[in-house]
Write a protein that binds this ligand. Structure first.
Ligand SMILES: O=C(O)CCC(=O)C(=O)O
Ligand SMILES: [Fe+2]
Length: 203
């Protein structure tokens, strides 16, 4: 009998090459995940994300927030944000993620997708301020959404569903060689919150 099936996923790399992605499935039980979703929905300082398109600042419908150990300045899609101090809920989620991954994180970017019409385009999280080859730990709460990877130079593609309360780890060289995205979908009308725990590493 397998008492800890999700722990086995740490040995299973979803990528065929050039990086490591582990999907641990739901690591937070449903009632706790529901609780965190509700608390974060109202307790986080959500702001519309901004994009700079042809030199103009455009506010997106997707909302974002940025928290960390210190007031890190973080440049993301060419907009700089200053990290707010951890909330009790974020520290509790960080503890779960650190326990499951065996790694430590000093910051977290949160995304709020109001429904399936909002997503995130192909990108990698190789920002200058992030620790090189550091793990990114992604927690999903709320509506289940598809998440996709494609290799930057080859034909390889894969995708998976991110369940309520689940944890996905992107490790090692993943950001150097793969893009990821959250495709918009007509079939989801419920909101989703995503938390990506990261390590900011700067002089
Ligand atoms: O919402 C997600 O699952 C992914 C978010 C993401 O890729 C990011 O914030 O960099
Ligand atoms: Fe990302």
């Amino acid at each position: 009998m397998d008492l800890f099936p999700h722990l086995l996923s740490l040995d299973e790399n979803l990528l065929p090459k050039d990086g490591v992605v582990n999907y641990l499935g739901p690591v937070i039980e449903r009632a706790a995940a529901d609780h965190f979703f509700q608390r974060l929905r109202t307790g986080i300082d959500w702001q519309p994300d901004e994009a700079v398109i042809m030199g103009r600042h455009i506010a997106t419908r997707r909302h974002v927030a940025w928290y960390g150990d210190r007031p890190y300045a973080y440049t993301y899609s060419r907009v700089t944000k200053t990290a707010l101090g951890w909330t009790e809920d974020l520290l509790a989620l960080k503890a779960v993620v650190e326990e499951c991954s065996g790694e430590h994180f000093n910051s977290c970017l949160l995304n709020l997708y109001h429904d399936g019409s909002e997503g995130m385009a192909w990108h990698s999280d190789g920002e200058r301020d992030l620790k090189r080859h550091g793990t990114i730990a992604s927690v999903s709460l709320g509506a289940e959404r598809r998440f996709a990877f494609k290799h930057k130079r080859g034909p390889e593609r894969l995708s998976l569903n991110l369940a309520h309360g689940s944890l996905l780890l992107m490790k090692g060289e993943t950001q150097s060689h793969w893009l990821h995205r959250l495709p918009p979908t007509k079939t989801v009308s419920e909101p989703r919150i995503n938390l990506t725990f990261r390590t900011i590493d700067r002089a």
